[in-house]
Ligand binder design. Structure first.
Ligand SMILES: Nc1ncnc2c1ncn2[C@@H]1O[C@H](COP(=O)(O)OP(=O)(O)O)[C@@H](O)[C@H]1O
Ligand SMILES: CC(C)(COP(=O)(O)O)[C@@H](O)C(=O)NCCC(=O)O
Ligand SMILES: [Mn+2]
Length: 968
């Protein structure tokens, strides 16, 4: 039998089912219906009543004329969409499919897949049948080019992991001992945007790069490439810049592809608008060596002036999306600097020229006011003696030849001449149109501190502080991004800031026309490449070169105050930008009281002392972490090798950040801690603490029954206190804290837990327990209304979750409150993950009726213990539900601007959130305000932090209760 999808395009990321699906019956029927989708091709639905299907982009398989689709799980990503309005009224399979597809809502901008007449072949024996997409014809676009006068910029999209997501899912499941597959184990869906540049003069190397990765065919892993079903002659690539015309024939000849030419100005504007809207820390100011990220108000973005400093300079007034006017330009631009500079200094490359300027003194070349006025200021018109009166004016001397001047001085003079000139013309245009915001892009900027300072000074000086110069991290890629955006098929223009996660992998550089390393995606080659550096005794340079801090053009026409710093070589790595991971399922946590003001990080790492301290903490933790990571992979030679390279790579990141804290965007402690986890994953350490977690889970589960008996013998008030005490005490099991790890040598898990409980002394350092108790139990005769739904942001495995949070959850269930355990999507230290929780809950449920019934009601223990098919409908009860949701994070902290859509959806009905642990309740979110009540529980396992934030000591406890803003 064939099941037909209605004949229109669906937006996979926006498909979800109504909340009615929470009824076990509805879910069971759906389960039967879609059981054949499971594992790798399944329609997923979780215990929260949010069912989703996503045609996971990485799972898309296509053949010519007949698409094949591997469905995978996911849920809604459209924050505007109202779940509650949709009702599922049909019960037959066909009707249900069609109802669900009808409920999908179509976004004109995301027509990734044409599922018209899509069909499932039910006669197939396969439990994971393929869906045929007979009308899916085009490959989803992957590459766009901006071929400029000096540089070729590539933006390309990759959907594929080094390992296929299915393999990953399988190996993760195997490791976690989970056999069934209706839980998502890998949150990265979407794909990745990469940014690469080559010199236009080395077009051939650029084409080799494209060809080696088969980017024009959708990447090495694309099915059409593997199957050889697509002919290159059909391939059309978006391109902009003059080279799109000039080199069209070469591309046709070499790659067989045609170029679809996009207007350069439109692309620049589209690229800039996209970056400003979608990337949180894209724009920054740079004054006197200080870089500061600018928060862009999306509702007040326009108009602005865009100055693109490429070979030449374009000045564009931007009034909105697609609304712009090129108001001016100048032929004195980056090409002038590089061209004249090369002639005058004999430099071999652009960076060398820039680097030279850092040792220069332009007063040997420039004619200063003082040179004309006999050393005096021309104070009447506000010019100091050191102001440049005439760039290169001193070289009019007839007695000197070019060789009599230092190349360093010439380079600096040239740089200042051109930068001031551009700054001044930009200001004049801003003045002409009454604009206050000027964004500078183009590769002339090259993240070079002195260039930015000089332009900023000029804008500030001439506008008397009225206009502001801002720079863009993706400076040179505006046009290429715009061309990429112009594909009508990927709809990335609708992405929002929270859906993009920037990563900085140790990728081999491929810049300046040379690919300095292996093609992306081959871990082994990447490791060898990094090893070579280590063996040669060369420090691995972190992947993001940028200008040194502190070079400044103070005084506008003064000399740079900071000198002698070397410019990070462009060839040593990529740019000051990372790979953009597109995670269309991330959303803003809906219970944040003031999302615009929300700042996750409590500690400001702009404070150099703080940065130094935390970098040292992480460095000192590194050897132990490497040991654990290597052991988690069986201690094999391969694991040791990866462990070694991981240590070098992570140290390089830390060194890089010490040098320039804002190199990867705005830096907080949460980012630093997450970087460590990401770096581990980059070298394929998927869960370094797996053994420790399992051991601690087992030990804790063994004593749980006794603890529950003990608790049940208490009266309600004492029990509540004991439970909170228990959470705080058990939060001591934190393998990320140096002090705690030292403690673990001193006893068994249970001994340490008992010791920790014994030490609990009220009042705690922050102690709002009485307020919380009153809200829970009421006061006097007045009983309080129980919470409807509580979100428990759980932290560590073992005692923390088993003896701390789970018993507390049980108490809420007892009060009739629905509980959602919110846990990490990916491992971080010894934190429990959402994938691991069902099994832990199932174990606990063996000893506790309350947990068992609630877990059954939440559909949770079916995940780990019984198959829903065998259990069927017989066992559901009316008890409140215990559920699990993943939080979308892969670090020990949580940034609530980017949570999983699963969590965002379930949060809508919550009236209490409990944030537990140092990472989630102290390092991040200590100052966060919510619309619902919030309880923040943590033990402070770091002396410095305890002193700084709470004027206290290590092992102090925090119990902060904050009534929700809406309740106040
Ligand atoms: N590695 C490099 N090689 C050549 N020029 C560079 C390099 N890095 C920065 N530049 C500067 O960037 C300019 C080109 O900027 P870009 O935005 O790519 O413009 P275009 O599209 O005109 O090539 C060059 O003229 C030069 O000033
Ligand atoms: C990484 C952590 C935030 C995890 O703490 P948790 O959230 O598990 O309570 C914490 O271990 C930490 O801040 N460690 C570094 C500090 C130290 O070693 O003292
Ligand atoms: Mn933790």
């Amino acid at each position: 039998m064939l099941l037909f999808f209605p004949s229109y395009l669906i937006d996979p990321q926006q498909f979800h089912a109504p909340s009615d699906l929470r009824s076990p019956r509805a879910r069971f029927v759906l389960f039967l219906l879609f059981s054949f989708f499971r594992s790798g091709g399944y329609l997923f639905f979780n215990r929260l009543g949010i069912m989703g299907v996503v045609f996971e982009t990485v799972g898309v398989r296509q053949t010519v004329g007949k698409g094949r689709l591997m469905a995978s799980e996911l849920n809604n990503s459209n924050p505007d969409h109202d779940y509650s309005k949709e009702k599922l009224k049909h019960s037959s399979k066909e009707e249900m499919v069609s109802t669900m597809t009808n409920s999908m809502h179509r976004s004109s901008s995301r027509p990734q897949l044409d599922v018209s007449r899509a069909a499932i072949q039910e006669d197939s024996e396969d439990r994971n049948p393929t869906i045929l997409l007979p009308n899916q014809s085009d490959d989803i676009s992957h590459l766009a080019l901006d071929i400029g006068g000096s540089l070729i910029k590539l933006v390309y999209f990759s959907r594929h992991e080094e390992q296929s997501p299915d393999d990953k899912r399988r190996s993760m499941k195997k490791r976690f001992g989970l056999s069934n597959g209706n839980r998502r184990s890998y949150p990265i869906l979407g794909g990745r945007l990469h940014f690469v540049k080559f010199e236009t003069g080395k077009l051939n190397e650029c084409l080799d790069f494209i060809s080696s990765k088969q980017l024009h065919r959708g990447g090495i892993d694309s099915p059409s490439w593997r199957s050889g079903t697509q002919t290159d002659a059909n391939i059309v690539i978006k391109a902009t810049g003059g080279g799109a015309y000039k080199f069209a024939d070469v591309l046709k000849e070499r790659l067989g592809v045609s170029l679809d030419k996009e207007d350069e100005m439109s692309c620049l504007v589209a690229g800039a608008n996209f970056l400003l809207k979608a990337i949180r820390h894209e724009a920054f100011t740079h004054m006197e060596g200080q870089k500061e990220f600018v928060q862009i108000d999306h509702n007040d973005m326009f108009p602005y002036l865009l100055v693109n400093v490429g070979s030449g300079v374009s000045i564009i007034k931007v009034d909105g999306d697609g609304k712009y006017q090129r108001v001016s330009g100048t032929n004195v631009g980056g090409g002038t600097f590089w061209g004249l500079g090369r002639l005058l200094t004999k430099c071999k490359n652009f960076d060398e020229l820039l680097e030279l300027s850092q040792q220069g003194d332009n007063s040997n070349v420039d004619m200063l006011v003082g040179d004309i006025y006999g050393g005096l200021d021309y104070s009447k018109i506000g010019l100091s003696a050191s102001t440049i009166a005439s760039s290169f004016g001193k070289t009019i001397s007839e007695t000197k030849e070019l060789s009599d001047y230092r190349p360093e001085d010439i380079s600096l003079s040239l740089l200042r001449m051109i930068s001031y000139n551009i700054g001044q013309i930009s200001y004049l245009n801003a003045l002409r149109y009454g604009l206050k915001k000027i964004f500078f892009g183009g590769f002339f900027i090259r993240g070079h501190a002195y260039t930015m300072d000089t332009i900023s000074f000029a804008v500030h000086f001439w506008s008397k502080g009225q206009a502001q110069a801002m720079f863009l991290r993706h400076e040179g890629f505006l046009g290429a991004l715009g061309a990429f955006m112009s594909y009508e098929t990927h709809g990335l223009d609708y992405l929002r800031a929270h859906q993009l996660v920037e990563r900085f992998p140790m990728e081999a550089p491929c810049i300046g026309g040379k690919i300095h390393g292996p093609p992306l995606g081959n871990l082994n080659e990447k490791i060898s490449w990094l090893e070579k550096f280590v063996q040669r005794g060369t420090q691995i340079t972190a992947p993001v070169p940028m200008a040194p801090p502190g070079t400044t053009g103070m005084g506008g026409f003064e000399r740079p105050s900071s000198r002698g710093n070397t410019l990070r070589s462009d060839a040593s790595a990529a740019l000051n930008i990372g790979v953009l991971h597109l995670v269309p399922t991330l959303e803003e946590f809906p219970l944040l009281a003031d999302p615009k003001m929300y700042e996750p990080n409590t500690i400001d790492l702009l404070d150099h002392g703080e940065l130094e301290y935390w970098v040292t903490v992480l460095s000192e933790h590194l050897p132990d972490l490497v040991d654990k990571a290597v052991a988690s992979e069986g201690g094999t030679d391969d694991a040791k090798r990866r462990g070694d390279v991981f240590a070098h790579a992570f140290s390089a990141h830390l060194a890089r950040l010490m040098e320039e804290p804002a190199a990867y965007g705005k830096l907080g402690l949460a980012n630093l801690l997450e970087l460590r986890e990401e770096c581990l994953r980059e070298f394929q350490f998927m869960d370094a603490y797996i053994t420790i977690k399992q051991r601690e889970n087992e030990a804790s589960l063994a004593v749980l029954p006794d603890l529950l008996i003990e608790l049940d013998n208490m009266n309600e008030e004492d029990r509540l206190l004991a439970l909170i005490e228990g959470v705080l005490a058990a939060n001591i099991f934190d393998w990320g804290s140096r002090a705690c790890v030292d403690l673990y040598h001193k006893g068994t898990i249970i001994e340490i837990y008992r010791m920790s409980r014994k030490k609990m002394q009220r009042p705690w350092r922050v102690d709002d327990f009485d307020m919380f108790k009153e809200r829970m139990l009421g006061s006097g005769d007045e009983k309080s209304q129980p919470y409807k739904r509580a979100l428990f942001f759980v932290d560590n495995s073992g005692a923390d979750v088993v003896l701390g949070m789970l018993p507390l959850a049980r108490e809420f269930l007892r009060h009739g409150t629905e509980v959602v355990l919110v846990a990490n999507s990916l491992p971080a230290l010894n934190d429990v993950t959402a994938l691991e929780l069902p099994e832990i809950v199932a174990e606990a449920a063996k000893h506790c009726d309350i947990i068992r019934k609630a877990a059954e009601a939440g559909g949770l223990i079916m995940d780990a213990m019984v198959s829903i098919q065998e259990d069927g409908l017989k066992n559901h009860s009316t008890s409140v539900s215990l559920m699990v949701a993943e939080n979308g994070s892969g670090g020990p902290c949580i940034d609530l601007r980017q949570v999983s859509s699963e969590l965002a959806a379930v949060a809508k009905d919550a009236d209490l959130i409990i944030l537990e642990g140092m990472g989630r309740a102290i390092h991040t979110n200590l100052n966060a305000h919510f619309n619902c009540d919030a309880l923040k529980l943590a033990m402070v396992k770091n002396q410095r932090l305890a002193e700084k934030l709470f004027n206290g000591n290590i092992y102090d406890c925090i119990c902060r209760f904050e009534p929700g803003k809406e309740q106040l």
